[in-house]
Design a protein around this ligand. Structure first.
Ligand code: SF4
Length: 422
């Protein structure tokens, strides 16, 4: 009998060809997908060429997404995107998404059915952990590891210990998945899950739609987590059926699986939350931050640029206009989300409110383009990082929040809750 295992341990054991694994064990795993973007792929490609191999391991299992500085913001970013595009053509890589089909990678890959339940995925991007929402083991790696993955289809891991976050109960109005994960990061700190798998369970998590689950797993890395994961249920199945291009494999934690720690969280204790500069763990209730005036609001990114986020944004903005001192930038995370939002009439609401709507891109999330902050400026963003200078000048500030709080803030001109608006 194998030892009782967590969902993460089961996925890793299966991909290592072992009956069981335990935390701390070094294993070599078969990979299902290797991901890189316009920043990391050029380095991975250079390292791949140093192996002397002429062909990648499997051109159908590598996903390359030009999302960070695209549509190209300058000559350097154009050159980087070109390195990736040329490699795609040379190698016959199938999962490549050109401008016009592109999206922010961690919204795009689940949407396009490239990643799914039971997978082991490495990505040369730290928010690769997002795909844990599908019941997969997904983790960010450096470009060199991505190059090795592209060459061999394998990667070694130290099996992470697991932490369980059991969230029970109903969320209050305007409290969302973003507030759940900000609450957790505020509770355990930015190193509270260092090299551990964050497993999210409980009735509150089960009640989240897939967009919300991806928001939660997306920010596992902000607590230092190796990965985030939510077990497959009917919500997951409804999402992946007819979309995921391979066979979904479901794993569930054994009832007697061992966790490094178990956190019990009452949903009633979670309120609309804002992370103050310059750490995602620097959280406070949004209701206590109403004195913070802002210059810019960004709604988008791999954390909160999905359709549900855009719908909530429209619900708050409908019939209102953005405060004259604020620039509101809304960025649907993929072309499909963009199209659906347009069909639902959300763009009319945004434009009537005087918001700017962008083609999908990471853009301002990493201070790339489409909304760089000047010295001393403040932004509220639905993104996942608020480190010094993340969105522009080192003296600028980023406050992380949910789409509902971000939209209300854009209207009020200071951090606000939707119920604050007339
Ligand atoms: Fe990274 Fe931001 Fe792009 Fe997400 S949206 S992949 S956090 S740059």
């Amino acid at each position: 009998m194998p030892r009782p295992m967590t969902i993460t341990e089961k996925i890793l054991a299966a991909h290592a060809g072992l009956p069981e694994v335990e935390p701390g064990q070094l294993i070599n795993c078969a990979l299902d997908i290797v991901l890189a973007n316009d920043v990391t792929a050029p380095i991975a490609i250079r390292e791949f060429r140093r192996t002397g191999l002429s062909k990648v391991w499997d051109p159908e299992k590598i996903a390359l997404v030009p999302d960070h500085y695209t549509p190209n913001k300058d000559i350097k970013s154009a050159e980087q995107a070109k390195v990736m595009r040329d490699f795609v053509r040379e190698q016959g890589i199938t999962h490549y998404y050109e401008i016009g089909c592109m999206g922010v990678e961690h919204a795009l890959l689940p949407e396009q059915g490239v990643v799914g339940p039971g997978d082991v995925i490495i990505g040369a991007d730290s928010h690769t952990c997002t795909y844990g929402a599908l019941g997969a083991f997904a983790t960010g790696v450096g470009s060199t590891d991505a190059a090795a993955g592209m060459a061999t289809g394998e990667a070694w891991f130290k099996v992470p210990a697991s932490l369980k976050f059991n969230v029970e109960g109903e969320l209050s109005p305007w409290v969302s998945a973003k507030d759940i994960i900000l609450h957790i990061i505020g509770m355990i700190g930015v190193d509270g899950a260092l090299y551990q798998a964050m497993e999210f369970t409980g009735s509150t998590i089960e009640a989240l739609d897939m967009d919300g689950r991806m928001t939660v797993c997306n920010m596992a890395i902000e607590a230092g987590g190796k990965s985030g994961i939510i077990a497959v249920d009917d919500t997951t199945r409804a999402y992946v059926n007819g979309r995921f291009e391979r066979e979904a494999v479901e794993y569930h934690s054994d009832p007697d699986a061992v966790y490094a720690a178990v956190y019990e969280i009452d949903a009633a204790d979670i309120v609309p939350t804002v992370a103050f500069p310059h750490l995602p763990s620097n959280t406070r209730p949004a209701a206590e931050a109403r004195d913070i005036k802002v210059d810019q609001v960004v709604i988008g990114s791999c954390t909160n640029g999905r359709l549900e986020d855009l719908r909530v944004t429209a619900e708050v903005l409908k019939g209102r206009t953005v405060h004259p001192d604020v620039r509101l930038i809304i960025i649907p995370a993929t072309q499909e989300i963009y199209r659906q939002a347009m069909h639902e009439g959300l763009f009319d609401i945004y434009l009537d409110a005087n918001a700017a709507v962008s083609t999908p891109t990471c853009g301002p999330c990493l201070g790339g383009h489409m909304g760089i902050l000047a010295a001393g400026e403040r932004a509220v963003a639905t993104t996942n990082r608020n480190f010094v200078g993340r969105m522009g000048d080192p003296t600028s500030e980023v406050y992380l929040a949910s789409p509902a709080v971000a939209a209300a803030t854009a209207v009020a001109g200071h951090i606000a809750l939707p119920e604050d608006l007339e």
